[in-house]
Write a protein that binds this ligand. Structure first.
Ligand code: PMV
Length: 329
């Protein structure tokens, strides 16, 4: 059988200024730009092989055959790549996460970034970083931020060509640490794709958008200056503001579990006692605790003792998505 195969690894990313709400559902053009950091310990590795002997697309994630909506999203992405490359072969896709999928850890970001790089290369396309970011965005918005390295900005844009992410500072610019705290092993009940459609119904959505340009400017300045206190305070404000929109959507989205609130309150209490860290949240119940390198061990130890904490991953910024030589099959 005639085949072509490629494997890619991509990091997840954590947004400091968030993406919540779209101007264009199909093209996944966000209402506002966002700023994030890639995460070295939360990765997805994906091998894609196109071949004329495959009758249909086969998708395996973490050892399980994927069906239903999840499979459809992968197949739609393969279709985009096939149409760009002018090929018709079906594909086998095998993917492995370094962390559990469909929680607050943004597996769709690393997942669609790895799929984009592996599938486009297996199909013979040679895309630039910007083109890869644009393509990844069509699979999952936040995935466009997992293509470039380090500290990244997703420029919102207003068309397919103008909406993509780029590096603003390399990964070694700042020793910022994200202690990712997993608080529950439940899958979330409302996906981010569905949740985002409700955002505009919140009375606070318009208010949030009015202030977002200024926040983007400030966030980039604080990262440039490595001003941890100003950065952390803005991260917390931003995360809570996004959740205020979620909580006031109709129906309301309450992603937090008791342990989510416990971690947020502990972080604020420890800060009052002199241990400086700040939290941010995505959808789901997990918490990202941001600190500078000097206190990461102490913070990790304290977090492990909190009731309801099920796992911890200590992450730093990393390289973006790239091809690797070792295939998964
Ligand atoms: O790319 P999606 O559809 O998984 O949306 C991600 C949305 C948040 O994680 C909540 C915020 C963000 O900017 O990452």
């Amino acid at each position: 059988m005639k085949t072509s195969k490629a494997t890619a690894v991509a990091p997840s990313n954590i947004a400091f200024i968030k993406y919540w709400g779209k101007k264009d559902e199909v093209l996944r053009i966000p209402e506002n730009g966002s700023v994030a950091m890639t995460l070295d310990k939360l990765t997805t590795t994906t091998t894609v092989e196109f071949g004329n002997d495959y009758q249909d697309d086969e998708v395996l994630i973490d050892g399980e055959v994927v069906v239903g909506k999840e499979r459809e999203r992968v197949v739609e992405h393969l279709d985009r790549v096939r149409s760009m490359a002018g090929i018709n072969e079906r594909a086998r896709v095998v993917s492995k996460n370094s962390f559990p999928k469909s929680k607050g850890l943004s597996s769709s970001a690393s997942g669609f970034a790895a799929l984009t790089v592996a599938a486009s290369n297996a199909a013979g396309l040679r895309l630039s970083e910007r083109e890869l970011s644009m393509l990844a965005r069509l699979g999952s918005g936040s995935a466009c931020r997992s293509i470039p390295s380090g500290f990244v900005e997703w420029v919102a844009g207003n068309s397919h060509e103008t909406s993509y992410a780029k590096t603003i500072y390399p990964a070694d610019h700042w020793d910022l640490v994200d202690v990712v705290v997993v608080t529950d092993s439940e899958k979330k009940h409302v996906s981010t794709t569905e949740g985002q459609k409700l955002a505009a119904g919140s009375p606070f959505y318009g208010v949030r958008l009015q202030g977002i340009e200024e926040k983007l400017i400030l966030m980039k300045q604080y990262i440039k200056d490595k001003d941890f206190t100003a950065f952390g305070e803005l991260c917390e404000r931003e995360a809570l503001e996004m959740h205020a929109v979620m909580l006031t959507s109709s129906p309301p989205l309450l992603y937090w579990q008791p342990a989510t609130v416990r971690v947020m309150q502990a972080v604020q209490q420890w800060r009052r006692e002199g241990l400086e860290s700040y939290f941010t949240l995505n959808t789901g119940q997990d918490v990202h605790v941001l600190c500078e390198r000097g206190i990461k061990k102490e913070l990790e130890k304290k977090l492990r003792f909190l009731n309801g904490v099920q796992g911890i991953q200590v992450c730093q910024s990393s390289a973006g998505a790239c091809l690797i030589g070792e295939h998964l099959f």
